[in-house]
Structure formats: structure tokens, C-alpha cells
Design a protein around this ligand. Structure first.
Ligand code: GCB
Length: 642
């Protein structure tokens, strides 16, 4: 591949990153009497653009007619990563544009413009850069995986009231130094060593760069004057809960808004008749984390109704938002939820599984929540990118506490700290906060994982990203996860909670379990004495090839993972009485990575296999977490959980 050819893949992405401007809300679409929803999951037509410059689809305008008229197509499931669906190794490791297409039938009444509904096309997430056309007309572009985006296609479907429309989505997984996560492409024109046109994508993060349409694509409607966004924050005063809300309406300047807060049984507990205000809830049922209360994850519902006049039409819209009443506060050595000490005993996860890669999969989601319950885990970090809204809804419901992480992983090169990267990172934080701001399960934002935070520009960079995130959401603490030296980390001064990853006796002093306690103790003391902030051990662990055994423990055996965990736990048990406020194992389950000499078909640090079967370490953690829950909360009977 020549430099010119390569630059096309990147320049398209970069030129467009400047077009991303955050406007309006991004409420999770929900069906109700004023809104309809049509999910487009299923089999789509698919074509990867294998042309040398990956540009043929644009040159030949594949979006202008049916994709199969452009050349041969295959069937591809949506949602799913495309990588592991076929037997084609070239598709598995493909870099560049892939094209998806399907026809969607449009209900007759959606095509009426008198007044007709507003019609939206929404993609839950697609990795990494997406361009969307409807009937050959460009409707939106979006940079970044893991977060939703949508296009208003009302005028298109109403100006051409045919019974179906053709949706084409081109997705490019090429990462650049300014994408999030960053990556680079190197090409090798030396044909004595590489085939012609050879190039590879390099990444500085440890999970496979799965690509495609990862979350559901849906069509949904709202009235033309509609509830655009709702923001809720909560406070507690003695036993009175306070729900502060703000509703924004688009499409009319003459809207009236009423809100009703209902409890779980459907009783009205408070009402309001303005677009913003405070609702008082006497004897409020608070939202408590799993294992901290006999009824965790208590959710009220905020029923928002809007009536508006516009162009002599009367519009009515409604939206129901789950609301958990809870507070979060950080002191020098504690994390408080509802003013009670909270200790994170949880996991780091990935959205990852056989065949579907990062595609949303309901059976897997339910299995994972059942395993979290079984394990006695009260929390997880969305390492290393935002997880699906479907997962987040269940965290709210089950009381699983979340550290909500942005895709800021692998920020290692100095170029990735420049203004272009910084502005993109700010937009991503806006998208993330906009999506998850109302979720009681989210107790902290993590803006990055293991950046090169010792580099000179890291101070300004993280100060800016963290300050911006706090301005977007003054109610939650903000962190990033560090593996830098405590004295040289330039971002740590700006975080509320120190999150540290370390792999003693694995990447450092491999095979030497005897160093763990000394080194971990030193790690905690160094960070605490420097910053006087609470600390979470945000990663620790060891790879296990399931079924490998040895006593005395040797690396990669089940016994070694157990031993590493027990050495870490001994120190946690001392330090959690002082300032350590949590421990998150790396990782919940094995997951796919790039191929390398240190990865045996992926990362094997899971306490469960990729197929969600327990390794020996899972039982160690289960005993520990249930014991911790017994100490720190009101434990429901263990038998309640599968
Ligand atoms: C880390 C990274 C995580 C890796 C893990 C490992 O520090 O944050 O993404 O997968 O180590 O296993 O190397």
C-alpha cells in the first residue's frame, strides 16, 4: 500500500471527526403510546471492500443502488462483529470499509406528513467510523464505536412515501493516532518480504479490534414536537429523597410538561407541572448496590408528559425514565453511597464472546449477570469502553455499581495527546455522559485506561478532559486508570479516586509470588502518601490455561492464579481498613486479543473461560466476595441467586 492510498483510509475519518457536533439528547428509545419502534436486527447484506485502497465503494457509489448490484455480497448478522462469522481469514483481520445494507418496511402512517411522526434511524453502536445512507441519500456520519448515534430521516420517508427504504451503512475500523482508541497503520512496500499492498493495523491495547455493527439498529418515531432530553439528579435529606429534573422539548416553543414519579407498585409519589423542578419523596426507597441492602436497585419511574402546539397542530409525547434515588461522595479515604461506606468487590469485563465478538447477545448478557450474582460481585468497570444500554439498564435494575469508562485506552504516543485528540476525547465524554447521566448504577466516570500519563502533555490533557467531564456532570467523581509511576503520573492530581493496575509476579518478577505482598504494600503507601485519595486496585490477575495444574504453583496454571489472588487479598484486607476502597479482578472472562507470543488464543486472565465456565480462581473469589458482603452489607440469602 502506498502512502497516498493509506492516507485515504485515515483522511476520510479525520476530516469527518471535525463534523461531529453534539446536539440534542440521546434518550434510549422506548416504545409507548406516543412512540413506535422497529428493530432491524437480523440478516443484512454485507460486502467488504477489498480493493487496494479500500475506496472502491465510494468511487463506485455502492450506496446509490442495491449493494448486490455492485458485486457479490454475503449475509451478515446484525448485531455482531463481522470478524468471526465466516471461515475467511482475510475478513477476520480486515482493515478498511465494510458495507452493510438492508431494506426496512415503513408503516404507512409514518410516511404521512400531515403532521406525521418524526422518524429516526438509530445505531446502538458501530465500530469505528460509520457513514449512513437511506435510499442513497447521506443521512449521518459518526466517529467512534461503543456509543449510539442517530439520523432524523423524517423528510426522506415523507417525501418518498414508498412502503420500504434501503439502509446502507459503511463502517471503517481503521484507527489513527487521533481516534479513541488510537492506533496506527504501517505498510511495507518491500515485496521481497511482504506481499504487494501489505499493511497492518497496530494497536496499543490488549483486546481484538472487533468491528461491524455491534448493537441493534432501530427505526423509531416521536411526535414532531417531542421530549428531546431529560436530566435527573438526586439528593437525600434525612429520609426525604429529592429528584431534581429538567426536561427539554424540541419542535415547539409552547410546550407544557408534567411529570409524575411513581414507585415500584405504580403509586404516584410526587408530581410536577413545569419543565424543570424538584420532586420531594418522603420516606424514599433509596437505590442501594447489590448485597448492600435486601432490596437493591430500587427504581422509581419518572413519567414525563408533554403537550405542545406547533403550526396549529397539537402534539403529545411521553417518556418513562427509571430513577434511582442515591448519592455518591468521595472523602480522603472512603467511597460513600447514600453516605454509607461502599467497597467495590467486583470485576473488569469485556464485551466479548465466541462468534459474535462484540455483538450484543441477550443470552450472554443474562449469563454474565447470573455469574456476577453467583460470584457476589457488587460492581464492574466497563473496561475499556462504554457497554451497551441494554447492559447498563440491568445494572440499574440489579444494583450493580458501574465505573463507566470511555474508549480512551491505549493513549501511548505523544501525538495522541495533541489538540485534535483532545477535542475528540471531549466530544466522546459528552456522548458518554449524555447517554448515561441518569443511571444510578454509574457512580464514577473513567476517562481512560493506562495512558502514557508520564509524558509531558498528559498533565494538560487530563486536566482538560477531567474538568470538562466534571462540568458536564458535577454529581459524580472522575478518574482514569493508571499504571504509571506514582511520582511521575501527570494526570493523577486531577482525579478524585486513584485507580491503579499492577501485575506483580506476572509482568514484573514473573513466577515470584513472594514479591507480591511487599510490592503491593509499597504501591498503596506510595500513592496514598502522595495524594491522600482513596485507592481502587483496578486490575490484578494472572493468565490461566484452563486445566493446567501444578503444585507448587507455576505460571499459567489454575493454582498460580489462585495463589496470585490470595497474595493480593492478604494486602487488600489490611489496606481496606485504611484507604483502599475496592478491588476489581482482571478479568471476569477470557477474551480475544491480537495474536502474539504472549497470548494463547487470547487473554486468559479470566476467572471464567470465554465460554463462561469457572476456573479454580472463580471459587476463591466467590468465597471472598460473599464474606466481604457479609461484613459490609445486609446479605440476602445466598440461595436466592443462581
Ligand atoms: C492491563 C490492561 C488490560 C490488559 C491487561 C493484561 O494492564 O489494562 O487491558 O488486558 O493488562 O492482561 O495484560
Amino acid at each position: 500500500m502506498t502512502a497516498g492510498r493509506l492516507s485515504f483510509i485515515l483522511s476520510f475519518c479525520l476530516a469527518c471527526s471535525a463534523c461531529v457536533a453534539l446536539r440534542g439528547g440521546m434518550l434510549t428509545p422506548r416504545e409507548n403510546p406516543t412512540r413506535e419502534l422497529k428493530e432491524l436486527s437480523g440478516v443484512w447484506k454485507f460486502r467488504a471492500d477489498f480493493s487496494p485502497n479500500r475506496k472502491r465503494g465510494f468511487e463506485e457509489q455502492w450506496y446509490k443502488r442495491r449493494l448486490e448490484e455492485s458485486g457479490s455480497v454475503i449475509d451478515m448478522p446484525v448485531p455482531a462483529s463481522f470478524n468471526d462469522i465466516t471461515q475467511d481469514v482475510q475478513l477476520r483481520d480486515f482493515i478498511g470499509w465494510v458495507w452493510y445494507e438492508r431494506e426496512a418496511s415503513i408503516p404507512h402512517h409514518w410516511t404521512s406528513s400531515d403532521p406525521g411522526p418524526r422518524v429516526l434511524l438509530r445505531v446502538g453502536s458501530a465500530h469505528y467510523y460509520s457513514v449512513v445512507w437511506v435510499n442513497g441519500v447521506l443521512v449521518t456520519q459518526h466517529e467512534g464505536g461503543h456509543l449510539p448515534f442517530e439520523a432524523d430521516i423524517t423528510s426522506l420517508v415523507q417525501s418518498d412515501p414508498s412502503p420500504s427504504c434501503r439502509i446502507t451503512i459503511a463502517v471503517n475500523n481503521t484507527l489513527s493516532l487521533h481516534s479513541l482508541p488510537p492506533g496506527t497503520v504501517t505498510y511495507n512496500p518491500d515485496t521481497s518480504r511482504y506481499p504487494p499492498g501489505y499493511f497492518v493495523q497496530n494497536i496499543d491495547f490488549d483486546f481484538f479490534n472487533y468491528a461491524g455493527i455491534h448493537r441493534p439498529v432501530i427505526l423509531y418515531t416521536t411526535p414532531k414536537a417531542y421530549i428531546d432530553d431529560i436530566t435527573v439528579t438526586t439528593k437525600i435529606n434525612e429520609n426525604i429523597g429529592l429528584v431534581l429534573y429538567n426536561v427539554s422539548v424540541e419542535g415547539s416553543t409552547e410546550a407544557t410538561v408534567t411529570v409524575t414519579l411513581c414507585d415500584k407498585k405504580g403509586n404516584n409519589v410526587a408530581t410536577g407541572n413545569t419543565s424543570s423542578g424538584a420532586l420531594k419523596v418522603p420516606n424514599a426507597n433509596l437505590w442501594w448496590p447489590y448485597l448492600m441492602h435486601k432490596d437493591p436497585g430500587y427504581l422509581y419511574t419518572l413519567e414525563v408528559h408533554m403537550k405542545a402546539k406547533s403550526h396549529s397542530y397539537l402534539f403529545e409525547d411521553q417518556y418513562t425514565l427509571p430513577v434511582g434515588i442515591r448519592t455518591v461522595r468521595v472523602t480522603e479515604n472512603e467511597f460513600l453511597i447514600n453516605e454509607k461506606q461502599f467497597y467495590f468487590h467486583g470485576v473488569n469485563k469485556h464485551e466479548d464472546s465466541d462468534i459474535r465478538g462484540k455483538g450484543l447477545d441477550w443470552p450472554l448478557i443474562m449469563k454474565d449477570f447470573n455469574l456476577l450474582h453467583w460470584l457476589g460481585a457488587n460492581s464492574f468497570r466497563t473496561s475499556h469502553y462504554p457497554y451497551s444500554e441494554e447492559i447498563m439498564d440491568l445494572c440499574d435494575k440489579y444494583g450493580i455499581v458501574v465505573i463507566d469508562e470511555s474508549p480512551g485506552v491505549g493513549i501511548k504516543q505523544v501525538e495522541s495527546f495533541d489538540n485534535q485528540s483532545l477535542s475528540h476525547h471531549l466530544v466522546v465524554m459528552e456522548e458518554l455522559v449524555r447517554r448515561d447521566k441518569n443511571r444510578p448504577s454509574v457512580v464514577m466516570w473513567s476517562v481512560a485506561n493506562e495512558p502514557a500519563s508520564e509524558l509531558p502533555p498528559a498533565g494538560y490533557y487530563f486536566k482538560t478532559v477531567i474538568t470538562h467531564t466534571k462540568a458536564l456532570d458535577p454529581t459524580r467523581p472522575v478518574t482514569f486508570v493508571s499504571n504509571s509511576h506514582f511520582a511521575r503520573d501527570k494526570g493523577a492530581p486531577y482525579v478524585d479516586v486513584i485507580c491503579v493496575n499492577s501485575y506483580f509476579s506476572w509482568y514484573h518478577d514473573p513466577g515470584h509470588l513472594e514479591v507480591i505482598q511487599i510490592q503491593l504494600n509499597t504501591q498503596f503507601e506510595d500513592w496514598y502518601k502522595t495524594y491522600h485519595k482513596p485507592i481502587i486496585q483496578s486490575e490484578y490477575g494472572a493468565d490461566v490455561v484452563p486445566g493446567l495444574h501444578s503444585d507448587p504453583p507455576l505460571m499459567f496454571t489454575e493454582e498460580y492464579q489462585k495463589a496470585v489472588m490470595q497474595e493480593y487479598h492478604a494486602v487488600f484486607d489490611v489496606k481496606r481498613k485504611e484507604y483502599v476502597i475496592g478491588e476489581l479482578i482482571w478479568n471476569f472472562a477470557d477474551f480475544m486479543t491480537v495474536q502474539s507470543t504472549t497470548r494463547v488464543v487470547g487473554n486468559k486472565k479470566g476467572i471464567f473461560t470465554r465460554q463462561r465456565q469457572p476456573k479454580a480462581g472463580a471459587f476463591i473469589l466467590r468465597d471472598r466476595y460473599w464474606n466481604l458482603a457479609n461484613e459490609t452489607g445486609q446479605l440476602p440469602p445466598r440461595s436466592r441467586f443462581p
